[in-house]
Design a protein around this ligand. Structure first.
Ligand SMILES: [Zn+2]
Length: 362
């Protein structure tokens, strides 16, 4: 997943109700801000790399990770007209090569959700659009949700919660008071930049930040404890899980699909010791090459987080290219290990195309 609020100042905006004055003014300001990008897109070969996570319709989606199957099909139709669709590595190679086309487009998915295979693959095949799936190998076959999705299920989908929460994470005990937590869902709520006032939402954001820094065993223990506290099952709906090995094999067998690495356990690589970061990168690539029997050449930084050390480790691991969550077009001058991506939200085709045009012009 990505924590776009924390890592990118250029998160694509929500397209509000068309016609309302505030929406029109925001849209105009946004178009003005992207003018230099459109100028580059008009005058030089460029690539558009799109960031997806899920093809699904969860009730709560605080980071806009999901696109519905219907909207995804519409978006793919737009893309087929928009540029030469390639895998991420092909796009990076093309931009670095002698004769890049005017515009290349790459669809990428982060994390390795089951729905990428179950819902994404049929749509990609029907449209003939390639895609790159970045997989966190430790979660493949784990038969449980990613920890951030478990938090959403526990805190944001309407379960009545006890009034106090005590949680041990990484040897530290934390407590939260959640008085009168109403049994309501938070379907439209989005992760804010500032701490929310609602005690339930505040506890959610603070547990999220604590788990971001926890190792995988601590995260799983914390999720088990939270589910027990909320009176919910620990594992969640299998449709929300990452793929298992057989499902990954089925996805990888399609010649439209590139599989890229996304670490083993999905830590923020710039916040863990450098030797551990190096192991996360090399091991995830080795896992995938061992499982799939083919070279793995691309990488995506979990949460979009990296620093100079991480860049060096990624290059030293023998990978050819890597992508960030910084929102921009890629050009022939882009560092192949820092290729920007545009986060796609659950937009119908026309809104999706309008968003792309903000970056590329007509
Ligand atoms: Zn991720």
């Amino acid at each position: 997943m990505t924590d776009a609020n924390a890592t990118s100042g250029k998160h694509p905006p929500d397209h509000g109700k068309p016609g309302d004055l505030k929406t029109l003014l925001i849209a105009r300001a946004r178009r003005a801000r992207r003018f230099p990008t459109r100028l580059r897109a008009a005058t030089a070969p460029h690539g558009i790399v799109l960031l997806y996570h899920r093809i699904a319709e969860p009730s709560a989606d605080p980071w806009d990770l999901s696109v519905s199957p219907e909207n995804f099909a519409q978006q793919l139709e737009v893309l087929r007209r928009f540029g030469a669709c390639k895998t991420f590595t092909d796009l990076a190679d093309t931009l670095a090569g002698p004769a890049p086309p005017k515009r290349s487009v790459a669809v990428t998915f982060d994390d390795g959700y089951l729905d990428n295979m179950a819902a994404g693959l049929p749509a990609l095949k029907a449209a003939g659009v390639p895609a790159t799936i970045f997989v966190a190998t430790g979660t493949i076959g784990a038969a449980r949700e990613f920890w951030w999705d478990a938090l959403v299920r526990i805190f944001l989908t309407g379960a009545p919660l006890p009034p106090t929460l005590t949680l041990d994470i990484g040897g530290a005990r934390r407590e939260w008071a959640i008085p009168d937590a109403p049994a309501q869902s938070y379907d439209a709520w989005k992760m804010p930049r500032r701490p929310p006032r609602d005690p339930r939402l505040l506890a959610f954001t603070e547990v999220w930040r604590a788990l971001l820094m926890a190792d995988n065993d601590d995260s799983m223990r914390a999720i088990d404890a939270l589910a027990a506290w909320a009176g919910l099952p620990p594992l969640g709906d299998p449709a929300d899980h990452p793929m298992n090995r057989a499902e990954l094999d089925e996805l990888a067998a399609c010649d439209l699909i590139e599989i890229g690495a996304h670490t083993v356990w999905h830590p923020p690589l710039d916040m863990i010791p450098p030797d551990q970061a190096a192991r996360e990168i090399t091991q995830s690539r080795a896992d995938l090459e061992g499982w799939l029997g083919r070279p793995v050449t691309s990488f995506a930084y979990p949460f979009g987080k990296y620093d100079r050390n991480v860049l060096e480790h990624t290059q030293a691991a023998g990978l050819r290219c890597a992508c960030t969550v910084y929102e921009d077009i890629a050009t022939t001058r882009s560092d192949p290990f820092q290729i920007p991506r545009i986060h796609v939200k659950n937009w119908p085709g026309d809104m999706f195309e309008a968003m792309l045009r903000e970056f590329t012009g007509p």
